[in-house]
Design a protein around this ligand. Sequence first.
Ligand SMILES: Nc1ncnc2c1ncn2[C@@H]1O[C@H](COP(=O)(O)OP(=O)(O)OP(=O)(O)O)[C@@H](O)[C@H]1O
Ligand SMILES: [Mg+2]
Length: 325
Amino acid sequence: MSASASPDGVDRAPGRIAVRCRGLVKHYGNVRAVDGIDLEIARGECLGLLGPNGAGKTTTVEILEGLTPPTAGEVEVLGMRWGDGHDAALRERIGVALQETQLSEYLTVLETVRLFRSFYQRGRTVAEVIGLMALEEKQDARVGNLSGGQKQRLALACALVGAPDLLFLDEPTTGLDPQARLSIWDVVERFAQGGGTTILTTHYMEEAAKLCDRVAIIDRGVIIAEGTPAALVASLGADRIVEFEADEGSESTLEPQELLALPGVGGHHRKGSTHVLSAKHLPTVLPALLALLERRGVRLATMTTHEPTLEDVFVQRTGRALRDD
Ligand SMILES: Nc1ncnc2c1ncn2[C@@H]1O[C@H](COP(=O)(O)OP(=O)(O)OP(=O)(O)O)[C@@H](O)[C@H]1O
Ligand SMILES: [Mg+2]
């Protein structure tokens, strides 16, 4: 760690920054897709943009990738700026897997990876990335006949074949089953171990917590929280999160202040009709909470507790859930 390393252990000294953007704005008509984003990603760091549908994640990464011009703001990637005459050199050094990769359905896996390899002067061999992504058995299959997970692995193979320094992954595991997700995570982790820089978007908090050194939680085009996954979760100041819902009509007398005043409760907010309590000490909170509900004649419909997660950070700051499901 150098003298300039920050508390999260990331070295942001000049020359150590892979991607920097300042005051990034993108408006589509009156839609403020990105509304003033500042980011700095150090070389070797994995940064996650975590946020719900429509938060502006794809728009942000597409601007960083040089695919969408911003309405306003500055972008610097690997010490260069898009449109400054170095675009081809920059493209050589980045790998991109889009949220919706439109690969030709009629090409085989092998032909597809060969095509992407031809875009780069230097890179890995086609056989190497096919092996890396465990696609050997499917190398002669047409893209149109691949499963969702195999298509995602192929998209990642295409992003990695130029041996990039910087990898952009937009929702790399959305819609995949847990096993396919793990195999993608494994490749991303190995890329990081090799010193690569990654920017990924996700709306899976587990994915952000597992892969990312740092997470920027984005909502409605702005960053609402940023830090290491552990620091973000610690900011809740809770050992456990308690969620409960009262039977319809039985909670009219329950005041938020009363819940906040319970011993061991560090915070309260609503998520729709669900009450969410941050519990500093669950064995203190639960009996006190149950006694209060009893006194108020509140009948419980559901009550659960869980370890605090990035989802709770999002809910605490927005009053909404990260995911619809
Ligand atoms: N080309 C476009 N024209 C008009 N509006 C757009 C365009 N692209 C994105 N938007 C709008 O900008 C906002 C942000 O979209 P974006 O795709 O960046 O969100 P996201 O965070 O990637 O969402 P998701 O999780 O669904 O992928 C949305 O309201 C979207 O409808
Ligand atoms: Mg998106």
